[in-house]
Design a protein around this ligand. Sequence first.
Ligand code: SF4
Length: 488
Amino acid sequence: MTLSKSKYIQALQCHKALWLNKHRPELKGEYDGNRLDVIKSGNTIGELAKDLFPGGEEIEFNRDDFKGMLSKTKDLVAEGKDVIYEATFSEKGIFAMADILVRNEDKWDIYEVKGSTSVKDVHVDDAAVQWYALSKVLELNNAYIVHVNNEYVRKGDLDVHALFTIENITEDVLAKQEEIPKQLKEMETVLDGKMPEIKIGKHCSNPYECDFSDFCWKDVPYPSVFNISYAMGKQWSLYEQGIVKIEDIPDDFYFGPNASLQIKHHHSQEIKIDKSEIKEFLDTIEYPINFFDFETFQNVVPRFDGQRPYAQMPFQYSLHILHEDGRLEHKEFLGDENCDPRRPLAQQMLKDLTPRGSIAAFSQGFEKGQIRRLAEFVDDISEELLDLTERFVDIAHPFQQKNYYHPGFNGRYSIKVVLPTLFPNDDELDYKKLGSVQNGGDAMDTFANLYLLKDVCKRDQIRKDLLAYCRLDTLAMVRIWEKLHTFL
Ligand code: SF4
C-alpha cells in the first residue's frame, strides 16, 4: 500500500473517510456550482516562499509521470543540488512532495509552506509523515513550517522575509515517528476491510470539513439538535443518547436562555413579538436614515502599501437613504480592482452619507470596525470617519435581543435568515435570484481576484453582479425596518 500524504492526513481525521475515498469516491459532496470559477488565483504562498531559498530546482508536477518526478528528485540529490522545490519521494508506503528541501552541510532540512498564520497540529502530522518517508533515503536535520506573518505590513516592494515566519518543529516531528508505522498498518487494514462503522462527530469538521459529510449526515434532519444556537457542544451529549430531533430533547435538558427560547418556539411554532421593546428601538432611529453596508476582501499576500495579510479591506458599499418624506435614494461605491480602494471609498462615503441622521447597519460591529480601521489608514480624514461611528444603529438589534423571534429563524438572526423568513417568496428580496454574486463570501473572493481577469466583458458583468448584491443588502434593511413598524 502507498498512501499520499494528504490521504494519510485524511485517515488520521477519520478512517471511514479514507475507506470511502478509495471504495466509494462518488459519495463525495458536490462542488458548489454557485461559486465563481472564472478567476485564477494570483501568486500563491507556495511560489513566494521559494524566494526564501532562491536558486533551487523544481520538480514539475505531472500526474501521468510520478516515476519521472521521483527519478528527477533522486538525480538532483545525487548531483549535489542544494535546494529542491516539490522534491518527490515514495518511501515506506508514503508518497510525499516536500515543498522546499534545503541541503544543510551533509544533511537536509524540510520546509513545509502553509497559508495559515500559525502552526497547527495537523501541520506537525503533515511534516512528521513527510519526515518518516524521507528519512529512509536522506539524512535529515530539521523540519520547519513556513507560515504567513499577519503582523507584516507592506511598504513598497514585497518583503518575503517579513511576510513569512519560519518555525522549527523538529522536536514535535520526531516525537511522532514511532506512531506512524502503527497508523499505517491500521490504515492498511481499514482499506482491505468493510466500511468502518464510525458515527458522525466533531471529527467531521476537524481539522478539515470532510468530503463525505453529505453522505454521513444524510439522516440528520433540519432543524436538529445540531442547529441549536449557543449549544456549547452539549448537542453531542444528546446525540450520544440517540436524540437528534429538537422535539425529542427532554424537558429537563437545559442549554441556556437563547437555546431554550429556540426550543420553546420550535415546539409551539409561535412568533414572539415584544412590541414595547421594538418601539423603543425604532424610536432611537433618526431621519434621514442611512441604511449602509460594506463589502470587504482579503489578500493573503498584501498588494498595497499599508495592507496586512488577511486584513479585511473594504472595497464597496451600498447606501439607501430614507428621508422623512418617504423618499428613498440609493448611492453606491465599487472600487477599482487595480488600485487600493480604501482612500477613494472613505472620501466618497463621507460625501454620500447625510451629515445628520442615523446610520443603520445589520450587525453594526462589522461596519464600525471597518470605519475605525479606515480612519487609521486615511488619517487626514480620520476625525470625520470616527464621528460616523457615533451615529450607528443596529437593525439586527430586535432580532439579536429576541424582541422579535420567529421559529423559522432556528436560533439565528443574520440578515440571510431574517429576510426570507419575514419575506417568503418575494423575488425582489431573493438573493438566489441574483447573478454570480449571491453572498458575502462570493463578493469577497470575486473582488480579491478580479484584477487578474483579462476578459473585459466578464469583468463588467461581475462588477454589475457585485453592485446588485450589495444593493440588495441595504434594500433588505429598509424592508426589515418597514416590517418592524407593522408589528407595533
Ligand atoms: S463525515 Fe464524519 S464520519 Fe463520515 S467519513 Fe467524514 S469524518 Fe468520517
